[in-house]
Design a binder for this molecule. Structure first.
Ligand code: ATP
Ligand code: MG
Length: 735
């Protein structure tokens, strides 16, 4: 086998790690210094020169996608088929162990994996069966508690419960353990814990695997939690080697139990381990790298390292202050279009953001301009569970016979309507050829539902009727707000502990924003002032139709050239020539919660920003908005402290107000009240221009769509906020 191919593209420090003798190694190095490359080449080296077979190796990656890519790269490098090699995430590898040794793990052969939603459902049902008060012990907190304990490697019997609350939680945990065992269910944290116990308690098996895996290699080591670290320590046998590669500055999962300390522990626990440091960065321009170094130097307690590059210093980092999030999205999408026009590929562009909810405006702008995009590690906005729940209520208000909507929300949030009742409704609907709604009404009035079921179904029906009636006169966004509050959907998701619940609430609030900014392309009523009227059911119907179509649009095909969108967390380990980080504002990034929670969390946010910046190879844009309507509220925003922590000489402010200011595409063909035709021609309304309106006062044109007098303008008025106006009818005077 050709060994030169494996080592020729490495620098001296990388080569040292790749060609090292068989001992433990810690590769501690900054972003883009080739850690992942070293890991891959080390495997190739072991296979090509040290006489190892793929069977001897175990590689742990951070995502399944990274595992697939690693295998492909190795196959290309070595010209071998490596299907038999164990490469995967902690979860997928644990699953593999449990599947193979289900009996020893005391599992049924066809045990099922519980995802997070299923897990919650199991916990709820269990609590109901036990008669636990879910106000005192919210199911979502119980879920958080159970997973947290498992991540620390603690079974229910070992929980050290302090106080009544924790004792209650520990009891739920114990009951949950029992039920999962009875039903052959395994949640995510359980996969790891069970695999660990399997090895620990079955000496022969442990010996077998310790002997088998001569080399264990782990990427993104800084984000391993207690349980994962214990798993690695157990599996590494007396005659095997562990190679961990990581970067303390990129530890971003502390909130989920990851322990940076594992890096320090490594050299203590594996006393013969050698530490290799890589300092040359091959990914980014000098400018990007200097910015990243400067930013991260604001953190304390770092293990300390600097990165350098001998590449070009490249272009400055562009910072764009947008008027608002729409303007921000347009700025980004315009630049991507420009990049493509100049012969670039869409997939070279990545848009990164702190919170999932931010994707909505970006998605809409991409859709409108017909730019294919793909969201990594997440769903499109209108496909998210909480959004589908909300839309189902709205759909039911518009059409009571909508069966999928009915089924989706009749017991969400939980109102004690079980599957038996639902089955009865379904049977009746089927037999009588009715809708579920109709069946429900008739079964109640006919006394065919009894007791609690009857009361609950009745209450549900009344809820929908009342919402329909009360919301009708309201503007669309208030209709949605009413529904989210009165159905308790918002509270329901808010109870979900941790990032997930928070993200769901953020998304629901974002739905209110979406509706507020909704701009129906179909004819709608218009007031004398030229303002588009969004009241009534018609607007809601249009909105729902578009949201459904939006969700129905499939993600760009795997091989289609598409813009890449993802949260900063998901971007870890990846690289793109052109990177946009959107929403670099105080309260959004750093996230409000981390500001409130103190220095450690704030440092974790800074590391996340470091991760974001170091994804960029050639050009980096940071954008922030002066005002942002997010989570349903308008906020005046200040640029993030992270921007001010970057050296000024590396930054370039983009003054787009002047440069994107393009004429509104066509002049009005009709005379309109405020401005004579000739005047309009003379002055020419432009995006970015100040205007005044007799009713709404002064404002600025943010966006224009369409042609001629029907051109629709999005104007941000100082007093009343954003409004869509129709050019031909709106009495606008340029200022
Ligand atoms: P991260 O911390 O973001 O995970 P990393 O340290 O794992 O980064 P890699 O992704 O392995 O870095 O490498 C970054 C980029 O630099 C890749 O495009 C890689 O191919 C390239 N690279 C790494 N080492 C070299 C080298 N010696 N010569 C040329 N290119 C290199
Ligand atoms: Mg990497």
């Amino acid at each position: 086998m050709d060994v030169t191919a494996i080592i020729e593209s490495l620098n001296a420090a990388q080569r040292e790690a790749v060609c090292a003798d068989e001992h433990d190694q810690l590769v501690l190095a900054g972003a883009g210094s080739g850690k992942t490359r070293v890991l891959v080449h080390r495997i190739a080296w072991l296979l090509a020169t040290a006489g190892h077979s793929p069977h001897d190796l175990l590689a742990v990656t951070f995502t399944n996608k990274a595992a697939r890519e690693m295998r492909l790269r190795l196959e290309a490098l070595l010209g071998l088929n490596l299907r038999s090699m164990w490469v995967g995430t902690f979860h997928s590898l644990s699953h593999r162990l449990l599947r193979t040794h289900w009996k020893d793990a005391q599992l049924p052969q066809h045990f099922q994996i519980l995802d997070s939603d299923d897990q919650l459902r199991v916990i709820k049902r269990l609590m109901k069966d036990l008669g636990v008060d879910d106000d005192r012990f919210p199911p979502k907190q119980a879920q958080w508690f159970i997973n947290g304990q498992k991540d620390e490697g603690r079974r229910a019997a070992h929980v050290l419960a302090r106080g009544e609350f924790e004792r209650g939680m520990a009891e739920i945990y114990a009951a949950y353990e029992e039920r999962c065992q009875q039903q052959g269910l395994v949640d995510f944290a359980e996969l790891l814990l069970r695999a660990l116990e399997l090895l620990r308690d079955t000496p022969l098996l442990l010996q077998h695997y310790q002997n088998r895996f001569k080399h264990i290699l782990v990427d993104e080591f800084q984000d391993t939690n207690t349980l994962q670290y214990a798993w690695l320590r157990l599996l590494r046998g007396p005659n095997s080697c562990l190679m961990a590669v990581g970067d303390d500055d990129q530890s971003i999962y502390g909130w989920r139990g990851a322990k940076i300390e594992n890096i320090q522990r490594f050299t203590e626990d594996f006393s013969g381990a050698k530490t290799v440091r890589l300092e040359q960065n091959y990914r980014s321009t000098g400018t990007i790298l200097d910015a990243a170094n400067a930013l991260i130097s604001h953190n304390t307690g770092r293990l300390g390292k600097e990165l350098w590059t001998d590449g070009a210093s490249g272009e400055p980092i562009s910072v764009y202050a947008a008027f608002n999030e729409q303007d921000e999205a347009r700025f980004i999408v315009d630049l991507i279009q420009q990049h493509v026009q100049d012969g670039g590929l869409r997939r070279e562009c990545a848009i990164l953001y702190r919170s999932n909810a931010q994707s909505r405006t970006l998605e809409e702008t991409l859709l409108r301009q017909q730019v294919p995009y793909r969201i990594y590690g997440g769903q499109r906005f209108y496909e998210r569970l909480e959004i589908k729940n909300a839309l189902a209520y709205l759909r039911l208000m518009v059409n009571r016979d909508d069966a999928p909507a009915f089924e989706r929300v009749i017991n969400t949030p939980t109102r004690g309507i079980g599957t038996t009742t639902l089955e009865k409704l379904r049977a009746r609907a089927r037999d009588e050829g009715q809708s579920l709604w109709q069946a429900a009404i008739e079964m109640i009035s006919g006394g065919l539902l009894k007791g609690r079921a009857a009361t609950s179904v009745q209450a549900f029906i009344q809820l929908i009727e009342r919402l329909d009636e009360q919301s009708l006169p309201l503007p669309l966004h208030e209709q949605v707000e009413l529904v989210l509050n009165d159905t308790q959907l918002m509270d329901f998701h808010a109870q979900e502990k941790g990032e997930k619940g928070q993200a769901r609430v953020e998304n629901l609030k974002e739905l209110i924003t979406a509706v507020r900014q909704y701009d129906p392309a179909l004819p709608v009523t218009m007031s004398d002032d030229g303002e588009i009227n969004l009241e009534g059911r018609a607007a809601l119907e249009h909105f729902l139709a578009e949201a459904t179509l939006d969700a129905g649009d499939t993600q760009a095909e795997e091989d289609q050239d598409a813009v890449q969108m993802m949260t900063l967390h998901t971007a870890k380990g990846l690289e793109f020539p052109l990177v946009f980080i959107a929403g670099v504002e105080e309260g959004l990034f750093p996230h409000q919660m981390s500001i409130e929670e103190g220095a450690d969390r704030l440092e974790e946010e800074r590391r996340l920003c470091y991760v974001g910046i170091t994804r960029a190879m050639k050009k980096l844009y940071l954008t922030h908005a002066e005002s942002r309507r997010i989570y349903g509220r308008d906020n005046l925003c200040r640029p993030s402290r992270f921007i001010s922590e970057l050296p000024e000489n590396l930054l370039q402010e983009v003054r787009l107000r002047a440069s994107i200011s393009r004429p509104v595409s066509a002049r009005p063909q009709v005379r309109h009240q405020g401005m004579a035709q000739s005047q309009a021609e003379e002055v020419g309304l432009r995006v970015g221009q100040q205007v005044s309106h007799p009713k709404f006062g002064a404002g600025i044109i943010l966006h224009a769509e369409g042609d001629g007098p029907k051109t629709r303008l999005l104007i941000n008025f100082d007093e009343v906020g954003e409004k869509w106006l129709v050019l031909g009818f709106a009495p606008l005077t340029p200022l």
